[in-house]
Design a protein around this ligand. Structure first.
Ligand SMILES: Cc1cc2nc3c(=O)[nH]c(=O)nc-3n(C[C@H](O)[C@H](O)[C@H](O)COP(=O)(O)OP(=O)(O)OC[C@H]3O[C@@H](n4cnc5c(N)ncnc54)[C@H](O)[C@@H]3O)c2cc1C
Length: 502
């Protein structure tokens, strides 16, 4: 699955242009944090879990602010980060091609600059939507061009809070499973950024009755599996979103005999209200709204479904052996003589293979790496605001503006203020500045600024001393000597140039 890094070679002119732009912006800032150790271990300022789009944008935003004592860890092998080259099955992205995405305000970091440099203006003009694997290549180039410190095949297993008196507060001890041979590695970090994707705070939404069924007859759409095994088989798909339609198209292209999609809703909508939730006002103002106002906005959006992507409809348009059943909730799944039997609405159905395109569920209990934090995390009170906060919000943690977890217990407060949830699940708290392309740069910058502020606070004594011992001369002795000589003022002895600390 993974794609070698070398295929992302771009004309040197783009990286020269990028470096020139960074130079003009005086980015990255010079590092300003002291390096610390704890019990002989190096302590990172920030450990980022997940090297997908969000993790890379967070690492870049931190680097631009001079925070370089960071590492990005991803459990996937190189080239298999995120959904793009793994379980995603759409041909093109749903988003418009010219979004700035994770560019952080730097023109040469945009997808457009990269694509145009590779393929030329005419190809850019001809491009309708971004092909999925091309987007993936762009993210791989982004990581390389910014020399982001990514470590692959590091799976985070646990986060533990450790008191570190010399560091003005607790730090996180992270345990990783490294490589393929069960090797364990421990890392210490002041801040942890969870950029672990759509299932980062939970997992695939799989009804209990299906979990126990023979795995040979079903998969969830977030899994990687071989569609060629579906040739000549009757495939049923549960779900009405893009991943259901993409799975249907992929199954049909793989030679499935017939595909039935069962959708709870009564039809597809045509309006993607989320696209209207991306302007600067939403990006910068949503998290300042009071709860009632946020609940009104998000309550409305969460009640809307998203229309199918144009490219997917085109892909399915000529399919003769595809049926979509609206208003049919599927259930009562059981295996009968190797065939899957189930009810859809009032109708008894059967299939050779089932694909669950039922999305993800936010449930921190499904994430072992978060078990140590779970007892301390504060969640939204479901049903709050006379029911305008959807019941499902009960499982969503409350976050501060810098994406850090809010604590339900005093014990957890100090460390949770240093663990940041930079996944789509932060939406309810901070708005659409995480989890997908449109607002990712704003989210990454807000996250980095929040972490910078807390790092500065944690090291205020060091910062104070660094300020006081700052000795870069603005003017040289000679310049001063010339001035004093010319103005006949007595030259003070050089030792007194630096004021004593009060
Ligand atoms: C099929 C599909 C299509 C999409 N299409 C669009 C689109 O067109 N436009 C749009 O704006 N958005 C789209 N999105 C939404 C969003 O942009 C993507 O989900 C995107 O991948 C989010 O980036 P991310 O970095 O948050 O998560 P991911 O890209 O999923 O990266 C998370 C990373 O975390 C790693 N990880 C997870 N747990 C651990 C752990 N314990 N230890 C170490 N590493 C871990 C994973 O290996 C993964 O590489 C789509 C999503 C999907 C699934």
């Amino acid at each position: 699955m993974s794609r070698p890094l070398s295929s992302h070679s771009v004309p040197p002119s783009l990286e020269q242009q990028l470096n020139r732009e960074l130079e003009l912006l005086r980015l990255p800032e010079a590092p300003w944090m002291p390096r610390r150790t704890f019990q002989g271990h190096k302590v990172l300022d920030v450990a980022i879990i997940g090297a997908g789009m969000a993790g890379l944008a967070a690492a870049a935003a931190l680097k631009f602010l001079g925070i370089v004592n960071t590492r990005v860890y991803d459990s996937a092998p190189v080239g298999a980060e995120g959904p793009w080259a793994t379980h995603a099955r759409m041909q093109t992205l749903r988003s418009p091609k010219d979004l700035a995405g994770p560019a952080l305000g730097v023109p040469s970091l945009t997808f457009r600059a990269w694509y145009t440099h590779l393929h030329g203006e005419a190809a850019w003009e001809a491009l309708d939507r971004i092909p999925r694997l091309v987007w993936h290549d762009y993210l791989q180039w982004y990581r390389q061009a910014l020399e982001l410190p990514v470590h692959n095949r590091f799976r985070l297993l646990d986060i533990e809070s450790v008191q570190a008196p010399g560091l003005n507060g607790p730090i996180a001890r992270l345990e990783f499973d490294v490589g393929e041979n069960d090797e364990r590695r421990t890392v210490h970090a002041r801040h942890v950024v969870l950029a672990t994707g759509m299932d980062g705070l939970g997992g695939a939404n799989i009804p209990a009755e299906i979990r126990n069924l023979d795995r040979r007859v079903w998969r969830h759409s977030s899994e990687i599996f071989d569609f060629s095994a579906l040739a000549s088989r009757r495939v049923s798909i549960v779900g009405g979103g893009d991943s259901a339609l993409d799975a249907a198209a992929t199954a049909l292209e793989a030679g499935a005999a017939e595909v039935d999609i069962y959708v709870r809703g009564t039809g597809f909508t045509q309006i993607n209200y989320w696209k209207a939730f991306t302007h600067a006002g939403h990006r910068y103002g949503y998290s300042l709204l009071i709860r009632e106002q946020r609940a009104e906005m998000l309550g409305f959006l969460l009640r809307q479904s998203t229309p199918p992507a144009r490219g997917t409809l085109k892909r399915l348009r000529d399919a003769s052996n595809l049926r979509i059943h609206f208003g049919r909730e599927a259930g009562d799944f059981r295996l009968r003589a190797g065939t899957l039997a189930f009810r859809a609405g009032e109708v008894q159905c059967s299939a050779d293979f089932l694909i669950l395109a039922t999305g993800y569920k936010t449930d921190l209990r499904q994430r072992p790496e978060l078990h140590g934090l779970l007892p301390h995390i504060r969640f939204f009170e479901a049903g709050a605001l006379d029911g305008r906060i959807p019941e499902a919000a009960r499982t969503i943690p409350e976050l501060a503006a810098d994406f850090s977890f809010r604590a339900a217990t005093p014990d957890g407060e100090a460390l949770l203020a240093q663990v940041h949830c930079f996944t789509g699940q932060a939406l309810l708290n901070v708005g659409k500045i995480c989890g997908d392309i449109p607002g990712i740069s704003v989210g990454a910058q807000r996250l980095a600024q929040g972490i910078a502020a807390k790092l500065y606070q944690a090291e205020h004594a060091w910062q104070r001393d660094a300020l006081r011992s700052y000795d870069e001369q603005e003017i040289t002795d000679d310049a001063l000597h010339t001035l004093y000589t010319r103005t006949a003022a007595p030259m003070p002895p050089s030792a007194t140039r630096r004021p004593h600390f009060a």
